[in-house]
Design a protein around this ligand. Structure first.
Ligand code: SF4
Ligand code: SF4
Ligand code: SF4
Length: 281
């Protein structure tokens, strides 16, 4: 198709994307082939795709009526990831990095690359903490996604099917990640809202409650007036006298001591009353 017959930007982006290898390797500087296609449609250079090579540059130049230019970086050949399973510790970091979900395995179990799904993007290599992923040449039984590959004319249809398949897997994964991120954000938001409407539950500590009550009732020493201080001392003195009399009563239990204790209790109550009244005046 020629540029002048393209109706809109979306159609142009799709036509450009169809010429890209779909390894989703990000070597062009974008987060996949489609984002690079969008950038090219907006005027970016056509020579930034190492897996595409000269073949892709030529195809893009023809589509866009632009001059053919040299590849900006070294061409990336057709390749495949291979996990040395005996060394794999099952950390799942490679799964998280793979743009087309081409790795299977569970946490703490060995992982394996599905050769037919692997685009050879190399994105799983760097995150592997034990360096047990090798990048090997693509076996001849698989048709390469990359440009500049020595494929027979009859294999071009197969390559296009493989590219379409890789694109679908990439888009499926991107949609899934977006959905999961959205769900995480909604859950976070719900937790924040819940925290905002739920009053803080405080456990009742009777001891602390008494301390707080006394504190709230008793002004600090510096706040007491001279009269209040005098009454406070009176309360303390009567309390000491009462404690002493009660001790003696316990030991001797005479009628005089019984009367003395009773009198002191009344006196203490009066002193406390006088002190409390002075505080509230
Ligand atoms: S194959 Fe890699 S470098 Fe080429 S467009 Fe796709 S993501 Fe970019
Ligand atoms: S297995 Fe590795 S090299 Fe293959 S597509 Fe996934 S991330 Fe890329
Ligand atoms: S990143 Fe390496 S160690 Fe971790 S699961 Fe993948 S292959 Fe195994």
């Amino acid at each position: 198709m020629k540029l002048k017959s393209v109706n809109n930007q979306m159609q142009l982006i799709n036509l450009i994307d169809a010429l890209l290898p779909q390894t989703q390797c990000t070597k062009c500087g974008y987060q996949g082939c489609k984002p690079y296609a969008e950038a090219i449609a907006n005027g970016d250079a056509i020579n930034k795709c190492p897996p595409g090579g000269e073949e892709t540059i030529n195809a893009l130049a023809a589509l866009l009526d632009r001059p053919v230019i040299a590849l900006a970086e070294e061409h990336s050949p057709a390749q495949l990831a291979y996990i040395r399973e005996a060394e794999c510790i099952g950390c799942t970091k490679c799964i998280q990095a793979c743009p087309v979900d081409a790795i299977v395995g569970a946490a703490k179990l060995m992982h394996t690359v599905i050769a037919a799904e692997c685009t050879g993007c190399e994105l799983c290599v760097a995150p592997c903490p034990v360096d047990c992923i090798d990048i090997i040449s693509l076996p001849t039984k698989l048709v390469a996604l990359t440009g500049d590959s020595a494929i027979a004319e009859g294999q071009r249809v197969t390559r296009q099917l493989r590219r379409d398949h890789a694109r679908n897997r990439f888009e499926f994964r991107s949609t899934r990640l977006e959905r999961e991120e959205k769900r995480r954000q909604q859950e976070r938001q719900a937790r924040l809202q819940q925290a905002a409407v739920t009053p803080t539950i405080q456990t009742f500590d009777p001891k602390q409650s008494v301390i707080d009550k006394v504190k709230s009732q008793q002004p600090t020493a510096t706040a007491l007036t001279a009269e209040q201080k005098k009454l406070k001392i009176e309360v303390a003195m009567v309390q000491v006298a009462l404690n002493k009399a009660e001790k003696q009563l316990k030991q001797y239990n005479t009628p005089e001591l019984q009367q003395q204790v009773a009198n002191l209790k009344v006196k203490l109550a009066e002193a406390q009353q006088a002190f409390t009244s002075a505080l509230t005046e």
